[in-house]
Design a protein around this ligand. Sequence first.
Ligand SMILES: Nc1ncnc2c1ncn2[C@@H]1O[C@H](COP(=O)(O)OP(=O)(O)OP(=O)(O)O)[C@@H](O)[C@H]1O
Ligand SMILES: [Mg+2]
Length: 237
Amino acid sequence: MALIEMNGIYKVYHPGEENEVRALNGVSLQIHRGEFVAVLGTSGSGKSTMMNIMGCLDVPTAGEYLLGGTNVKELSDNQLSRVRSLAIGFIFQGYNLIKDLTALENVELPLIYRNIGKSRRRKMAQEALAAVGLSGRLHHRPSEMSGGQQQRVAIARAISTAPPIVMADEPTGNLDTASSIEIMELLGELNRQGTTVILITHDIETAEYASRIIELRDGRIIRDHLQQRPAGEEAGA
Ligand SMILES: Nc1ncnc2c1ncn2[C@@H]1O[C@H](COP(=O)(O)OP(=O)(O)OP(=O)(O)O)[C@@H](O)[C@H]1O
Ligand SMILES: [Mg+2]
C-alpha cells in the first residue's frame, strides 16, 4: 500500500472568479514508505500547493488524497490535526523559529502542545538537536546562529517525535552552498534511517539528492523518474 496516493487532484484558487488560478491540474502519484522524493518545478508550478495537500494543510478542489491508505476527506478536524502533528514533520524555507526562544526551547515548544512532560520533552529536544549537530548551541537564540544552524534547529523541531514523514518546502532556499549541502545531507541521513522524505525545490542540484524526482509544470507532472545514483550516496561525490 502506498504511503501517499493522489488520484486526479485539482486545486483551483478563487474558482469562477476573474482571478481564478488552476494550481494543480489532475495530479496522480504514489509515494511509498522509505522513499526520498524531490518535487521539482519553477516558481508557480504548484509545488507548495501540492505539499500543502500532502501535508493535510489544505484540501483539494477535486480528486482523492489517501494518506496511509486513509481517505483524508473522511478524517475529522481532530484526526487531521493529529496526523499533522504526529505523522508529519514540516520544514520551511524561512525556518519559522520563535526569536525570543533558545534552540532548545524552540524544539521543545511543539512537544508542550503534545502534552509531553517536562523532563521527557527536554530529553527529546536535546537528542534531536544532537542529531543535527547542535549540542553546542542549545541556549543560543535564532539571532545568535547562522542560517544553516537555524534551519538545523527547525529540522530538530520537525524530527523530535520521529515522524514517519518529513516534508520540506525549499529548506535550502535562504542558505549558502555549504549550508545547503549540510541540510541536504541531513535529510539524506534521515531517509537512510527510514524516514520518508518529500523535498520541494526549484533547484535541480538540490533535487538530485533525492532518489526520485517528480517534475511539475503548470500544475501537471511532466516527468517522474528514479535517479541513477542509489539513495544513500551523496550527490556530487
Ligand atoms: N492562496 C492562494 N490564492 C490564490 N492563488 C494562489 C494561492 N496560493 C498559490 N496560488 C497560485 O497557485 C499557483 C501555484 O502556486 P504554488 O505556491 O503552489 O507554486 P510553487 O511552485 O510553490 O512556487 P514557488 O517556487 O514560487 O514557491 C501560482 O500561480 C500561485 O500564484
Ligand atoms: Mg512554493
